[in-house]
Design a protein around this ligand. Structure first.
Ligand code: GDP
Ligand code: MG
Length: 340
């Protein structure tokens, strides 16, 4: 049997997909409670709208989260992830070669902004999972997570801790976004947050390490004479930051040991400054040709290294891989456990 409409169908589908993507937005699933200061509420209908569709409900889920203080380029970075994943999806569907971050590309999706006015504290998901075929041929539902934290005062610190802990618990990859360096206080916050998360999730000990992958992403790294940009320099840099020795004070050692004990894998990427148009211009609209070429090059290497089909690992909870449907339930349980 011939289906004469098939080629047209394909053409339409591609165009529809393109238009469809422009309609998708991030949705806030965790927001500060309006009645109880310092507490959060889970937006269940938003969560269901992302993970509850029949097309993905039974697929294994991969959650990529970006966390850290505000105004450090987290949302901007996520748009590179979107660009890569949608291009990868398209190339897999049409069996064509993967092209992304081309000269004509304009980054969009997660809202980034100049200035000092911050977004509300909370957790956002990209409005739909992006389906990626892994090396084994299995389809994974890849979900991007944007978080917003701040250390302004006691109540926001508590919120920040909750946001960080919750996003660490649910993600396959937690990207800790910092600027310039990995400072001691950034490590201390991190270890406090993950400890808080580990207690909240109450995982039995026999299931191995509680969390999967931690990636330090150092923005505007300046010391490239000593450490080269990207993964190689990042690995050396991180080894140096996380090394322990008997002379160190006990608390410095503990922070490092805790991170190694809690995460299966820890990586680090050093990124160059993105160029003055990105960093200083209100008029920057996401055009890839406005990026500093060195920055673009490093992102072209880093993103496939984090999200490539051979790299993606579904979320595992208590030793079992998790589907989108199951994840909805975990979100509810974890969010409730932070409520006490
Ligand atoms: P977020 O609050 O951490 O999500 O930060 P945004 O993604 O909203 O970015 C805040 C500002 O920093 C925007 O004006 C971006 O254009 C700019 N920006 C994005 N990435 C970088 C970077 O790597 N270095 C610098 N210096 N600025 C950046
Ligand atoms: Mg942001």
């Amino acid at each position: 049997d011939f289906d004469l409409t098939a080629p047209f169908q394909t053409a339409f589908t591609t165009r529809d997909q393109h238009e469809h993507r422009h309609k998708v937005r991030p949705v806030q699933i965790i927001a500060p409670s309006s009645t109880q200061p310092g507490k959060f509420r889970l937006n269940e209908s938003a969560l269901n709208s992302v993970l509850g569709h029949s097309a993905c409900a039974n697929k294994k889920i991969v959650i990529i989260s970006v966390a850290g203080a505000f105004r450090k380029g987290k949302s901007f970075l996520l748009n590179f992830f979107l660009e890569y994943l949608y291009s990868l999806h398209k190339s897999q569907q049409s069996d064509s070669s993967l092209e992304w971050l081309t000269d004509d590309c304009q980054l969009h999706g997660f809202h980034w902004r100049a200035g000092v006015k911050r977004d509300t504290v909370g957790i956002w998901l990209w409005g739909e999972p992006i389906m990626i075929e892994s090396v084994t041929g299995e389809m994974f539902a890849v979900v991007l997570m944007d978080t917003q934290g701040t250390f302004d005062n006691n109540s926001t610190y508590q919120q920040c801790m909750t946001v960080f802990a919750l996003s660490t618990i649910v993600s396959s990859v937690q990207i800790y976004n910092v600027v310039d360096n990995i400072q001691e206080d950034a490590l201390q916050h991190l270890s406090l947050f993950v400890e808080y998360g580990r207690i909240a999730m109450e995982q039995p000990h026999n299931f191995g390490k509680p969390f999967q992958q931690l990636v330090f992403c150092v923005r505007d790294f300046k010391n490239q004479e000593e450490y080269e940009f990207g993964e190689n320099g990042g690995t050396d840099f991180l080894d140096n930051v996380l090394q322990t020795n008997p002379e160190q004070p006990e608390e410095i050692k503990q922070v490092r040991e805790l991170l190694r004990e809690y995460f299966e894998d820890i990586q680090c990427y050093l990124l160059p400054h993105p160029g003055y148009k990105v960093a200083e211009r209100q008029s920057f609209r996401g055009h890839v040709k406005d990026l500093r070429p060195l920055f673009r090059e490093e992102l072209k290497k880093m993103v496939p290294n984090l999200l490539g089909p051979h790299i993606l690992k579904p979320k595992i909870v208590n030793g079992k891989t998790v589907t989108c449907r199951k994840m909805i339930q975990y979100f509810k349980e974890y969010a409730a456990s932070f409520d006490g």
